[in-house]
Every structure is written in C-alpha cells, then in structure tokens.
Design a protein around this ligand. Sequence first.
Ligand code: HEC
Ligand code: HEC
Length: 227
Amino acid sequence: MSLTRLLLAALVAVPLGLIIAIPSASAREDYETRNQALDDYEPDIVRGQVMFRQCALCHGQRGQGIIGGKYPRIAGFPEYYLMNALRDYQAGRRGYDAMLVVGGLKTYDDRQLMDLSGYIAQLEIDLSVPIPEQGNARGGSRKYRNDCRTCHGRRAEGLSRKDSPPLRGQYYQYLLRQIALFRSGERIHADDPEDETFDIYDESDVFDILAFVASFDGAADDEEENE
Ligand code: HEC
Ligand code: HEC
C-alpha cells in the first residue's frame, strides 16, 4: 500500500471508528448538568404541540405508534425518559437518523426538547396491545417479578427513580427489537454497558415476559397478588 493510500485509509477508518464506537458508561453524565440548567423551566406545551407535527408523521397523531411496532408508541411516556431518549438520538447513542432529519430533532435545544416531552407526556391512549402468541403470560409474570420489576415497576409503568420506561402498552415487536439491540451492545440497557439482564433468557423466556407485559391489566395485577 502506498503512503497516500495508507493515509486515506486512516482518514476513513478513524471517523468510522468514532461513529461505531460503543457508548461508554459515562456517556450520560452530561445529562445531569444539562438538567440542572432546566430546573426553573416550565415546558411550553403549545410549542411542543407544533413540533410534534413532524413526529406524528411516524408515531401517529396521538403518539399511538403503528400496529406491528415499526414506530413505537410514545404517548404518555414520562418526561424523564423522553428527555433521555431524545438526547440519546441526538447524540447518536441510539441510532435512527430519519428522526433527526424528518422529525427535526437535530436542531432542538434542551428547552425545545422539554416542550416536546411535556406535550407527549400528557397525551393519553388506550394501553391495550396485542399479546404475542408465542408467549406464556403466567410464566412471564414470575420472570418479570424476579428480574424486571425492581426497575420497571410493579405494573410495568416505569419508575422515575430508575429512569426506566413503561413496558406495558407498547407493541411487543418493538420491545423485542430493543432487547436484540441491548444484546448486541448497540443500545445500552439500564445505563450499564456491562448489563447482563438478558443473558439468562432464551427467546421463549423473552416472549413469556413480553406476553405478561402486554397483557397487563387489572386482572393480571390481582393474580399476582394472590399467588
Ligand atoms: C421517520 C419516522 C420517525 C419520525 C419522523 C420520528 N420518529 Fe421517533 N422513532 C421512530 C422509530 C423507527 C423509532 C424506533 C427506533 C429504534 O429502534 O431506536 C423511534 C423511537 C422513538 C422514541 C423512543 C421510544 C422508546 O420507547 O424508547 C422516542 C421517544 C421518539 N421516537 C420520539 C420522537 C419524537 C419526539 C419525534 C419528533 C421530533 C420523532 N420521534 C420522530 C420513527 C420516527
Ligand atoms: C437495573 C434496572 C433494570 C432492570 C433490572 C431491568 N431494566 Fe429494562 N430498562 C431499564 C432502564 C433504565 C431502561 C431505559 C434505557 C434507556 O434509557 O435507554 C430500560 C429499558 C428497557 C427496554 C426498552 C424500552 C423502550 O421503550 O425502548 C426494554 C424492552 C426493557 N428495558 C426490558 C426489560 C426486561 C424484560 C427486564 C427484565 C428481564 C428489564 N428490562 C430489567 C432498567 C432496568
């Protein structure tokens, strides 16, 4: 290889390495600092509604997503989680370029992200979603209780002190895709690059948990209480 070729190869390889580098544990430390600067900021829901029009192209008018989960449901998600997710997409910690461009996310500052998150958080939708046929909700209930509940909440509603999202009311195909991303290291679960949550589970265990989460309603709750 000639010297110029070598240099060229290096020029291409270095930025490429930066792009595909797996995000580090401290990746989100800056979010804390940024949040402090937003302490007194009251989200402008009306401004958020206007920005949301771009998002609705994929996520639907009410943030209901689409059946099959290509576009996840985001209505009613808590603000802390929306802020983390939107910043992750902006920073390339989660990858979906269409959202930055078509969604307009690329140029929003933290206050605009707050306006947008404030608007999405107050949208209400029906939480019933299809249950995966491959899964057994009863078996999933036990696994969920052992390994997911402390962080995602008793009713899979998400917990602010854990920075976790709700899992109920979401299309299981989307959740399945995220678990695959966690396993491959392309997305970081629980803000921990060493996370081993999914190591002990095979595909059928995962379907059981997703069936449990999708079937989440009052009845599943009582059953859990009585066991
Ligand atoms: C071109 C279609 C498209 C547009 C426009 C779009 N999104 Fe998305 N969004 C997606 C897809 C696909 C995913 C799942 C990507 C992945 O697997 O990470 C996603 C994921 C998300 C998530 C993560 C959900 C979760 O459970 O973690 C949030 C939050 C979100 N979008 C908000 C928005 C907002 C706010 C806008 C407008 C600024 C927007 N999106 C615009 C397609 C879109
Ligand atoms: C140590 C706490 C913790 C435990 C235990 C945990 N999670 Fe999570 N989980 C999180 C956090 C925090 C996030 C949000 C990650 C982010 O912000 O990108 C998350 C995200 C997810 C997502 C992505 C949701 C979305 O909307 O994109 C799925 C799916 C998920 N967890 C499933 C599970 C399952 C199933 C279990 C049990 C087998 C589990 N988690 C156990 C903390 C946890």
